[in-house]
Design a protein around this ligand. Sequence first.
Ligand code: OAD
Length: 234
Amino acid sequence: MARKVILTGAGISAESGLPTFRDPKGLWARFDPMDLATPEAFARDPAKVQAFYNDRRAAARAAQPNPAHLALAQLQRARPDEVLLVTQNVDDLHERAGSTDALHVHGRLDEARCDSCAHRWPAPARMAAGDRCPACASGLARPAVVWFGEVPEHLDKVAEACSRCDLFVVIGSSGTVWPVAGLVDIAARAGAQTVEINLDPSVRAGAFDRVLAGPASVRVPEWVAQVLAGRFKL
Ligand code: OAD
């Protein structure tokens, strides 16, 4: 059972060139999430929603992991079975950095799923409104991402891990999207050390024992080096 839980958000991929959501130039500053990231938006205008996620899939494919993704993969290799990596990101930069078994609580851009039968398959580069499910032939193929109003994936497993962990670290998340933003409270109740690594302290910074402020590409490799050298103390 992993005793260290690391949760990443859009901030860890920012220096790979992928926009975050809530920074001044973030996606939700330019687009209304209610038009693009809800089941109702998909029902209303599936072509618009597919086009948005096609662009994001293309951007994710063109991006490369940065030193923060690589450092977390190094930590997982050095401490097999000790670290549970959880991400809110729909890109695959953790996997391409060498991490295995990252739990994508908000789904993945490189998978498609059927809104009718829940079948999943590798997403093509571009999806279109009315794409058919290869299993049940419904025209309800969609990106396998979690939208507002939908339940995050793997939540029971992640909450259980948080309730037993001794270290909980959040990297590059604004802490505004629930229920994921509440995982720190579960970890804290379990007596875990809690650390936030973020460009600036987030709205949930007060819930953490320690905040390491700065860019993930710098702060995460520094922190991993300290952990591996046995020098990370709260
Ligand atoms: P946000 O965009 O809400 O927050 C990103 C955080 O990363 C902010 O606190 C930034 O300050 C920080 N940040 C930016 N650049 C950074 C860097 N170089 N190094 C470290 N930190 C940096 O992203 P999330 O919290 O991941 O869900 O967003 C959570 C969810 O909201 C997403 O999964 C998505 C979105 O709506 C859905 O689409 C359902």
